[in-house]
Each structure stands twice: as structure tokens, then as C-alpha cells.
Design a binder for this molecule. Structure first.
Ligand code: C5P
Length: 240
């Protein structure tokens, strides 16, 4: 291998390191990714928000979920930025902070429909890879370690039982004063899990080389520390 291109995986000249954090809906990837990115002072990518932004733009323009050509051209004009905030990843669309607009039921439903289209996923690959910049990137999603950054030196798959994820979501919504039914949340999560895990393109699965962390009985701090320990272990073993 040529001098200067040695790929220890961490801090090569050509490629900044990537830490991928994949997992199912509601497992807390956003909170963990933001905290870890802050601790490392790395960039952060919320790939779910990428699909949500395409979905929101499609709904605004009146595009159908099967209009591949129209959706692909939307992907090409997306202007997204992310920042690690105190309570999660902050999303900026066309330079402006995005609030709950990407989290409505209609955008959630549309995003999982556009996410099954191979042409849309292909069109978003370069956009997502463009976030890989020094000193490093924390990439949050479902196929970060398997498809988008398969050469990432550190991969985490975050999991938790459906009950626990539905419980966390229930508490969050209650705190916001929203009226919600636990059973409805539970069933919605189960259905989304099934769609995401069983789809033909980029299903939610742990990469073979991912470290699986079951967060069912862990606090946010404990998960963040486990992830940071993995990064440290990787740094130690690469001798950088
Ligand atoms: O993570 P979040 O709920 O914001 O993701 C929104 C939608 O985007 C989900 O329905 C999921 O299937 C899709 N998605 C995806 N690949 C990713 C991230 C999200 O297909 N890497």
C-alpha cells in the first residue's frame, strides 16, 4: 500500500473516520449520536431526516410515492445540514432550522414509502457520503454500516425491545402534553419494524462487523459511554 494511504480506518489522509449508529425506530439513535458527536467534536448525519426531507418536499409538490423520476430530481436539489444539539440532532433545510415539520404523521408515512425505492436510495448515496469530513462523522440511520459507509471503522447497532421503545415514546409525548395510546404506539412501532427489517433494499440489519448494544435496560448515559468505549478501543488497537 502506498505511503499516506494506509487505511487504519481512523484518520487516514483521504478519508475521515466514520462511526455508524444503526437501529430500529425509537431506539434513541438521534440522542446517542448527538451526544457522541459532541463528545468527539465530530460532524453528525441524521439519515432519517434526509428521507423525511424528500418526503416533505414531495408532499409539498404533490408528487406521488411511486413517481421515481420526480423524487430523484428532488433528491438532487436537497440542501441539508446537521448539528449535534443538547437533546438530539438539529436539522437545517435550505439554511433554516427545521422544527417538527419533518416529524408529522404524513411525512413519517411518506418517508417510509419513498425509502423503499432503489432509485431514491441510490440518488441519496453521494449526498450522505458528502457529510464525511475531518475530523470525523457520526452517521445515524438504518443502513449506515451496511450500505452507505461499509468501510466505517466503528459500527454500532443499537437495539431495544418494542415495549421499551414504545414506553419511551409514550413518556416523551405525554411530557409534551399530547394525548396518546400506548397500544397504538406499540402497534405502529411493530409495523414500522417489520417494514424496515423485511424490505428488499437496505433492510435494517446489523452489519457483520457491528457491535450490538441492547439498550433496553441502559440509560442514555450508559449507552453513550459504551459507544465512546468502543471508539477508544478502536483508537487503541489502530495505534493512532
Ligand atoms: O429514523 P427516522 O424515523 O427519522 O427515518 C424516517 C424513515 O426513513 C423511516 O421510515 C426509515 O425507513 C427511512 N430510513 C431509511 N434509511 C435510513 C434512515 C431512515 O430507509 N438510513
Amino acid at each position: 500500500m502506498m505511503a499516506g494511504t494506509r487505511d487504519s480506518g481512523l484518520g487516514t489522509r483521504e478519508k475521515a473516520p466514520v462511526l455508524t449508529i444503526d437501529g430500529p425506530s425509537g431506539v434513541g439513535k438521534g440522542s446517542v449520536s448527538a451526544r457522541v458527536a459532541r463528545a468527539l467534536d465530530w460532524h453528525v448525519l441524521d439519515s432519517g431526516a434526509v428521507y423525511r426531507a424528500v418526503a416533505a418536499a414531495a408532499l409539498e409538490k404533490g408528487l406521488k410515492a411511486d413517481d421515481e423520476a420526480g423524487l430523484v430530481s428532488l433528491c438532487e436539489s436537497l440542501d441539508l445540514q446537521f448539528e449535534a444539539g443538547d437533546n438530539g440532532i438539529l436539522v437545517f433545510l435550505d439554511g433554516r432550522a427545521v422544527d417538527d415539520r419533518l416529524r408529522t404523521e404524513s411525512v413519517s408515512a411518506m418517508s417510509s414509502k419513498v425509502a423503499v425505492l432503489p432509485a431514491v436510495r441510490a440518488a441519496l448515496l453521494d449526498l450522505q457520503r458528502g457529510f464525511r469530513r475531518p475530523p470525523g462523522l457520526v452517521a445515524d440511520g438504518r443502513d449506515m454500516g451496511t450500505v452507505v459507509f461499509p468501510d466505517a471503522p466503528i459500527k454500532i447497532f443499537l437495539d431495544a425491545s418494542v415495549e421499551e421503545r414504545a414506553n419511551r415514546r409514550y413518556k416523551q409525548l405525554k411530557e409534551k402534553g399530547e394525548s396518546v395510546k400506548f397500544l397504538r404506539l406499540f402497534r405502529d412501532l411493530e409495523a414500522r419494524d417489520r417494514r424496515d427489517r423485511e424490505r428488499a433494499v437496505s433492510p435494517t440489519v446489523a452489519a457483520d462487523d457491528a457491535v450490538v448494544i441492547d439498550s433496553t435496560r441502559l440509560t442514555l448515559e450508559q449507552v453513550v459511554n459504551r459507544v465512546l468505549d468502543e471508539v477508544q478501543r478502536r483508537v487503541d488497537s489502530s495505534g493512532t
